[in-house]
Ligand binder design. Structure first.
Ligand code: GDP
Ligand code: MG
Length: 297
């Protein structure tokens, strides 16, 4: 018998260890108040995250600037643990100075980098909790005719700090043709204003045809047009999340009705690790370089 050292299982071990430790993921939602941000994240993670929240009274609304709200939850599925943080940035358009409303959001992202940077140079480097923001869903109004000035400004201020995934909110208020046209318009403006949204990685050439097709479908749906709902309805004997109208039911997770399923698939099943990798390798490295240069001055 040949002697076996046994390191062939190393990749498995690393993998298993990573799985046992679990994964950190932080998702931020940004956009005008009332576009369905809270509803959408609840729909994504099958929970009503905001059910305890009282509706703000009038006074509250007037005095509101940007307050950033964090929700944390641990989800376990098939032995895989996900530590999920949702960063909600309520109603930025209520802020007195709409031109500056990106500042606290950018500040929040920087703070998380700063904390990570400190932890990384500290004694307990092995068990750093990663609170860096891995993805920012940017909600675009379905009522406008593309990006507004505030959207352009906001995304440009954030695009070197975080992966921006633009989405069209409340897609049930638009016809199929209107959605198509709005998508084209938004992509055109993104390019014109040199906004760097999250770039989906090239699909590996050795993936199977089905995966490649899925990848193509995903990319061609950007910016995802989504619908959110916290109401569970029954359609053909099946329980689905949807919105009931006098003329029928819109199903959140029906690919004919909207891109919610694609967004969820991308965020959770296929691109979560890439969003984390890009955050670590590009956005965080950016921050580190600037931060170190500042410290050496
Ligand atoms: P937020 O201020 O962006 O967090 O918005 P909310 O999630 O609180 O939603 C504001 C209102 O819009 C609520 O009455 C929701 O029921 C409604 N809403 C949420 N998502 C959708 C959607 O996809 N379509 C429609 N038509 N209404 C929605
Ligand atoms: Mg909200």
């Amino acid at each position: 018998d040949e002697d076996v050292i046994g390191f062939a299982t190393l990749p498995d071990q690393v993998h298993r260890k990573a799985v046992r430790r679990g994964f950190d993921f932080t998702l931020m939602v940004v956009g005008e108040s009332g576009l369905g941000k809270s509803t959408l994240v609840s729909s994504l993670f099958l929970t009503d995250l905001y059910k305890d929240k009282k509706t703000p009274d009038v006074e509250d609304k007037i005095s509101k600037t940007v307050e950033i709200e964090k929700k944390y939850m641990e989800i376990e599925e098939k032995g895989v643990k996900l530590r999920l943080t949702i960063v909600d940035t309520p109603g930025f358009n209520d802020a007195v100075n709409a031109n500056e409303c990106w500042k606290p959001v950018a500040g929040y992202i920087d703070q998380q980098f700063e904390q990570y940077f400190k932890d990384e140079s500290g004694l307990n480097r092995r068990n750093i909790k990663d609170h860096r923001v891995h993805c920012c869903l940017y909600f675009i109004s379905p009522y406008g005719h593309g990006l507004r000035q505030v959207d352009i400004e906001f995304m440009k201020q954030l695009h070197h700090k975080v992966n921006i995934v633009p989405i069209i909110a409340k897609a049930d208020t638009l016809t199929t043709k209107e959605i198509h046209n709005l998508k084209l318009k938004i992509l055109e403006e993104v390019e014109k204003h040199k906004i760097e949204i999250y770039e989906f990685p090239e699909c590996d050439s050795d993936e199977d045809e089905e995966f490649k097709q899925q990848d193509t479908d995903l990319k061609s749906a950007i910016p995802f047009a989504v619908i959110g709902s916290n109401t569970v309805l029954e359609v053909n004997g099946k329980k689905v999340r949807g919105r009931m109208y006098p003329w029928g039911i819109v199903e959140v997770d029906n690919p004919i009705h909207c891109d919610f399923g694609k967004l969820r698939q991308m965020l959770i099943s296929t691109h979560m690790q890439d969003l984390k990798d890009v955050t670590r390798d590009i956005h965080y490295e950016n921050f580190r370089a600037i931060n170190l240069a500042d410290k050496m001055k």
